[in-house]
Design a protein around this ligand. Structure first.
Ligand code: UT7
Length: 335
């Protein structure tokens, strides 16, 4: 009897209409299009401008895109997980609102937060529910309205982040396709270098905090950069080694989109040519929990059944890891 594995069977995506370009940022902070493009690979990012709309708005639209594109009855979904670092509110999950709004009336739901690794860790969670045989359809959504925690006076963070959401449906697979292996890690010593501090239960927002912009995300870019390269390269090499994967066995690398130079460094260490590396950072920037599913949606038409895809991410916490997945369908051959 073959093992039950959990495969991605559909994807969806949503980005808001408003485009924040590098030339617009030149007018907001002391930066230049040339600096941003050469140091990060980002040209523009999307921003959700509508007052009162948060990450659930992005998540709902990404899920609806997946549901419509694939003619899925939302009442058949068992579980909705929303990976987000920017939930609509502190309590009452973004996922429960999202599930109801998309008509997943028979599902239970919850949020997961592991900053930029949220979707990666969510893949492991979604897959485990399927592999256990408990549930048949798990919808994982990565959604972040990063503009809600970005300080548009801080040139080291505001140039990087954007808003967006992506979704992936996990279902049982009996052909040995889907999630094969994972290597996931966290290290709380990294927390001080990348965080949105105030507003949490240990760090109260006060008028003094607001004056200093303490409600916004902060990062020590250089430290994050070095740790991101080291740890993502280490995680992917662990996955390659223990699954006897050589560079020629890998069709795609799906890396978190935080900086083109980080992505290139990892690909180089894995020995992968640029054409095997999924990249859309130029148009979306770093959308935190949404980078991986936005890649899947953008590359879906090029992915083929049986392709080996290596995912990797790094983010606040620190948190990072790598997942080895065998892609389960060819889009134009889907029934
Ligand atoms: O998803 C996980 C979250 N974040 C990340 O993964 C981000 C990781 N870090 C990075 O991507 C990069 O560290 C940054 C893009 C944030 C910064 O790039 P860098 O190449 O590490 O620049 P740097 O911090 O070493 O700064 C080099 C220079 C400095 O000027 P001086 O001291 O050499 O005169 C900075 O002040 O560039 C300056 N600088 C800028 N100049 C123009 C920093 N930000 C900017 C900017 N525009 N936006």
């Amino acid at each position: 009897m073959s093992r039950i594995s959990a495969a991605i069977t559909a994807t969806g995506a949503y980005v808001p209409e408003f485009v924040l370009t590098n030339s617009m940022l030149e007018k907001m902070v002391d930066t230049s299009d040339e600096w941003i493009l050469t140091r990060t690979g980002i040209k523009e990012r999307r921003i959700l401008k509508d007052e009162g709309k948060g990450s659930s708005f992005l998540a709902i639209n990404a899920a609806k895109n997946l549901i419509t594109k694939n003619s899925i009855d939302p009442r058949t979904i068992d579980l909705v997980i929303v990976a987000t670092a920017t939930p609509d509110m502190k309590a009452a999950s973004t996922a429960s609102f999202t599930a109801t709004q998309i008509g997943a009336i028979n599902a239970f739901s919850f949020d997961m937060d592991s900053a930029c690794s949220g979707f990666l860790f969510g893949m492991s969670t979604a897959a485990s529910y399927i592999e256990s045989g408990k549930y048949s359809k798990v919808l994982l959504i990565g959604a972040d309205k990063m503009s809600s925690i970005v300080n548009y006076k801080d040139r080291e963070t505001c140039i990087i982040f954007g808003d967006g959401a992506g979704a992936a449906l996990f279902e049982r697979n009996d052909e040995g396709l889907g999630l094969i292996d994972e290597y996931l890690k966290t290290d709380g010593n990294g927390r001080e270098f990348l965080q949105a501090t105030y507003g949490g239960s240990s760090y109260k927002i006060t008028p003094e905090v607001l004056l200093k912009g303490g409600q916004f995300a902060f990062q020590e870019g250089k430290t994050v950069f070095k740790n991101a390269v080291f740890n993502m390269a280490n995680a992917t090499s662990k996955i390659m080694e223990r699954n006897n994967l050589r560079k020629d066995d890998i069709q795609w690398l799906a890396p978190h989109q935080a900086n083109k130079r980080i992505i290139n460094a990892i690909a180089e260490r894995m020995g992968l040519k640029a054409e095997k590396v999924m990249m859309n950072i130029k148009k979306y920037g770093n959308t935190t929990s949404a980078t991986l599913p936005l890649l899947l949606s953008d590359y879906e038409s090029r992915l083929k059944k049986g392709d080996t895809v290596i995912f990797t991410a790094f983010g606040g916490g620190f948190s990072w890891g790598s997942i080895y997945l065998k892609w389960a369908y060819t889009q134009n051959q889907k029934n």
